[in-house]
Design a binder for this molecule. Sequence first.
Ligand code: 5AD
Ligand code: SF4
Length: 444
Amino acid sequence: MGNNKRLFIETYGCQMNVYDSEVVISILEKDGYTPCNGLEDAGLILVNTCSIRENAEQRVWGRLDRFLQEKKKRDVRVGVLGCMAERLKRELLSHPAVDIVAGPDTYRELPAMLRRLDESGEKQAETTLSLKETYADIEPVRTDKNGVTSFISIMRGCNNMCTYCIVPYVRGGERSRDPQSIVREAERLYRDGYKEVNLLGQNVDSYLWKNPDNPTETVNFSQLLELVALVAPDMRVRFSTSHPKDMSNGVLYSMAMYPNICTHIHLPVQSGSDRMLEKMNRKYTVAGYLERIEKIREIVPDAAVTTDIIAGFCSETEDDHQATLELMRKVRFDSAFMFQYSQRPGTKAARHFPDDVPTEIKTRRLNEIIELQSAISLERNTECIGNTYEVLIEGTSKRDDNSLFGRTSGNKVCVFPSLGHKPGEYVNIKVESCTSATLLGHII
Ligand code: 5AD
Ligand code: SF4
């Protein structure tokens, strides 16, 4: 059992899962584990999972079969963490590869679960959801590659109950983390050389911390943003995800006031049809969404706006779909994440609305959405040609060793020939050309 305490962790799903994996590494390091680079070297393989769409789960089942091969060769323990662990505890426990199942609020239990497993040889599972756990006191062990940009989880869970979404069931109710612990984490990252922090929450606009000792003392999201922006003027602050029903003008004013709060808002719209929005329980209308966009452009004129769109939600008609395309043309998002609706067992949509848009139609609509968005993204990027942007360098371009890449404040990736600058430095880039995904330019 020489490598018993060598840990390999694989992460699927959102940035919040990446953050959670860093929390898990920190918890296990305190228990004597050390991370290793390949699963062949590991005494403990963990997989942090996502349940948002069916294909996210399919991928993990495939990985479990791969871990089983490893298990047949040698003594290795396998644990499943995250959203799928919460949703499919029993099914996962019946997979021959799996020894441990731990839901998103149970990571502090992992060392004890592993000990019980080693002592008894019996599979261990913990999936209790908490109303309090925010892992506020745990210093995550950073796994990012660049040492320049990092994430801070500011809240956990979700109370929105969008009818299609599994998140409230697998991540529990919303809770906000102590702002002082967030600021301390940002300060620590800055001391370690990081130049950008990304504040993460399912709905950051509903961040609200109440002092447990004095409930009249509260901190809301725009106040938190300012606290983090004040950590260092040369450390950028980003955040996601915003919710159209909750995004306040206060956040926009903070963004306008602090040059280091990046001018990018990720504001998922999901659909351009009021009937679909109502059925999704999004609690805003197309008109309400457009009013938010107008406010963004009034208060922060150069802000980039990105979105999420779902194609083929229950009972979506051709007219509903056209309304989504119409909204996309009106808003002209800088970029978008676009998905086909995937029914998730246990959600309100799965219980009450038939998943009645045939797969071919979902796929065709999604393709139309993707095609339109890539034309709009190209137009948006073309509008940047000739302009100069401050870019934070993140590393060497994947395609060309002599080029560097970084992002503008609006989160656009920018590639340019290296003049010997290092990751973590800011440079001004004049944009000369572009694709729908990247700006190309040179340092001035
Ligand atoms: N099917 C397809 N997409 C979904 N999303 C959430 N739930 C589903 C689902 N059941 C998308 C939404 C959300 C993003 C994170 O994932 O667009 O904003
Ligand atoms: Fe993240 Fe949602 Fe996937 Fe969970 S289900 S990992 S919260 S995207």
